[in-house]
Design a protein around this ligand. Structure first.
Ligand SMILES: Cc1cc2nc3c(=O)[nH]c(=O)nc-3n(C[C@H](O)[C@H](O)[C@H](O)COP(=O)(O)O)c2cc1C
Length: 202
């Protein structure tokens, strides 16, 4: 077995290695809005559900050089954002919205996407997405010694297209949603085999 001290690697090499290990990662397509009302959309795979009650997600946003990315600046200034689920049909559009463009560029327009208005936050979500969430910022947590800030957001609305919801239990059917996952390098994955496991009793 190869054993590596990540501290001996170039920071970028360490990041690339770990990002190929912690897989598959879900992708949050974050809609946010600036103080002057400029809309922003960008994908983030340092993302997960971190509490069930109250429902809370985490998105970790890095800096671009010394400056915060537009998403971080926006959620600091206007603490409501959206998370649209990227499915396989939206992969190319999602990738376009990761372009390093200035805060004056609206990535919805850039990628040919439609803005759907939110109910509770100022930021819109992606109308083409089958699932989208509205969140309010509850805390910004700087990652020690890193250029990342974890944004903790409480989910205040869930938008679902009825055709991806299971009639039997109201849960989202992942095989119909077909979410896109992030792997290492430039790789992505679709959903593989889906199977159920009952939790052990006791
Ligand atoms: C699939 C994917 C996942 C990404 N995940 C992250 C992430 O977790 N954190 C991050 O800071 N940047 C991530 N990026 C890069 C940002 O999307 C990119 O820097 C974007 O331009 C930020 O936009 P903004 O300045 O409008 O916020 C990711 C890019 C892609 C394509």
């Amino acid at each position: 077995m190869q054993s590596i001290d990540p501290a001996t690697l170039e920071p970028r090499a360490a990041y690339r290695l770990l990002a190929s290990i912690v897989v598959p990662r879900p992708i949050a397509w974050v809609g946010s809005v600036s103080l002057n009302g400029m809309v922003n959309l960008a994908p983030f795979s340092f993302y997960n559900l971190v509490a069930g009650d109250p429902p809370t997600v985490m998105v970790s946003v890095g800096r671009r050089g010394t400056q915060p990315k537009d998403t971080l600046r926006n959620v600091q200034d206007v603490p409501g954002f959206t998370l649209s689920v990227v499915d396989e049909t939206l992969a190319a559009a999602m990738n376009q919205t990761s372009a390093d463009v200035g805060p004056d560029i609206d990535e919805f327009t850039l990628a040919g996407l439609t803005r759907a208005p939110s109910e509770l936050v100022a930021a819109p979500f992606v109308a083409e997405a089958a699932v989208a969430l509205e969140a309010r910022v509850v805390q910004l947590v700087p990652v020690p010694d890193a250029s990342y800030t974890m944004v903790l957001g409480r989910i205040v609305r869930v938008h679902l297209r009825p055709e991806i919801v299971h009639a039997r239990d109201g849960l989202v059917d992942a095989t119909r949603l077909r979410p896109l996952a992030r792997l290492g390098g430039d790789d992505y994955a679709g959903l593989g085999t889906v199977f159920a496991l009952r939790r052990p009793a006791g």
